[in-house]
Design a protein around this ligand. Structure first.
Ligand code: COA
Length: 333
């Protein structure tokens, strides 16, 4: 039997560029509160959110993904035809099939790329980054476009008191490519399906089809339980990530957690005892929780507003519905 050939492997991968897209329309807390017996004060105090973005009528999830992806490509300096994989992390693409990724790849001119969607909710971007790193090191891909994108406007009920004020629309993206050293640490990831009902849909599409009604399937959440899980487990996961990366909190330039709730971010920062110099991603104030898009949106904003130094280290962590989590340290582009 002849031996099969395999792809040559590589030493490492790193993020080469980032981009983001926020829809123009701003939705204030007062607008949301009017439909759920709430107030601007309550929403700010309990979640840290001041406003969120919403797509314009006719603006689609793939429009946002393409806008963010184009900026990441430009930032990386890599031409679109060199991208060999497009990973779109999302849980709000409104088509069961086809996936969003082939359309995104086509519209960006990434005509030589394989393209798939990845459903890992608020951990989707960090899961995708871990997969991109593994595939590049294994030699099966060279340049990967990773997009986190969500259009929650289509899947949140404006009258659901537990979720209407939290979620927003947006997209963030990164180009990942080969490196002669590890620019992405080992990804610490996992899942706990026993807790699948903590963040889920109000009903399945099959149930809805049998008995159609006005309140279409939408996201529902056991907020308090999710909150308790996040503040107890996220610091432990983040600590494991630092250990796997072989660094300490003191080595970090930035900490960019999933933007779930400002109180969760504050609790995790306290538990990790992060030194003063570490810049914290607090994008939720003006963006809300954009699930798979939240980490790359926060990362791209910090790179622009705080001039995060190229070569600095950022700890990323995503966590959410599933329950699932994924975390890694990246070298900043
Ligand atoms: N506006 C005003 N009051 C509200 C409200 C709203 N939207 N939702 C609940 N309340 C009230 C409740 O009725 C309750 O009143 P009571 O004390 O008189 O009974 C009180 O506020 C506390 O309710 P509770 O559900 O315990 O709120 P909370 O402090 O847990 O905050 C969340 C709610 C959703 C902000 C919080 O649980 C949370 O952020 N959870 C995690 C969410 C998250 O991160 N999701 C994404 C995961 S990736």
């Amino acid at each position: 039997m002849p031996a099969l050939t395999s792809q040559p492997t590589r030493a490492g991968s790193r993020v080469l560029g980032t981009g983001s897209y926020r829809p123009e329309q701003i939705v204030t807390n007062d607008e949301v509160a009017a439909l759920i017996d709430s107030s601007d004060e309550w929403i700010r105090e309990r979640s840290g959110i001041i406003e969120r973005r919403r797509c314009a009528p006719g603006e689609s999830l793939t429009d946002m993904a393409v806008a963010a992806g184009a900026k990441a490509i430009a930032d990386s300096g890599i031409s679109a035809d060199r991208i060999s994989m497009v990973l779109v992390a999302t849980v709000t693409h409104p088509f069961q099939t086809p996936a969003a990724a082939p359309e995104v790849a086509f519209r960006l001119g990434a005509l030589n790329a394989a393209a798939i969607d990845l459903g890992a909710a608020c951990a989707g971007f960090c899961y995708s980054l871990g997969m991109a790193d593994s595939m590049i090191r294994a030699g099966s891909t060279e340049y990967v476009l990773v997009v986190g994108v969500e259009k929650f406007t289509d899947f949140v009920s404006p009258t659901d008191r537990g979720t209407a004020f939290i979620f927003g629309d947006g997209a963030g993206a990164a180009i990942v490519g080969p490196s002669d050293h590890a620019g992405i640490s080992p990804t610490i990831w996992g899942a706990d399906g026993e807790q699948k009902d903590l963040i889920t849909m109000s009903q399945s599409w099959s149930e809805f089809r049998l008995e159609p009604h006005d309140n279409f399937p939408h996201v529902v959440m056991s907020g308090q339980q999710v909150f308790r899980w996040a503040v107890s487990d996220v610091p432990k996961i983040a600590t494991r990530t630092l250990e796997a990366a072989g660094i300490s909190a003191n080595d970090l330039t930035a900490f960019i957690p999933h933007q779930a709730n400002m109180r969760i971010t504050d609790a995790v920062v306290r538990a990790l005892k992060l030194p003063e110099h570490v810049i914290i991603g607090r994008d939720i104030e003006t963006t809300g929780n954009t699930s798979a898009a939240s980490v790359p949106l926060a990362l791209d904003r910090l790179r622009q507003s705080d001039n995060l130094p190229s070569g600095g280290l950022a700890l990323l962590i995503g966590f959410g519905a599933g329950l699932v989590y994924a975390s890694q340290v990246i070298e900043l582009p």
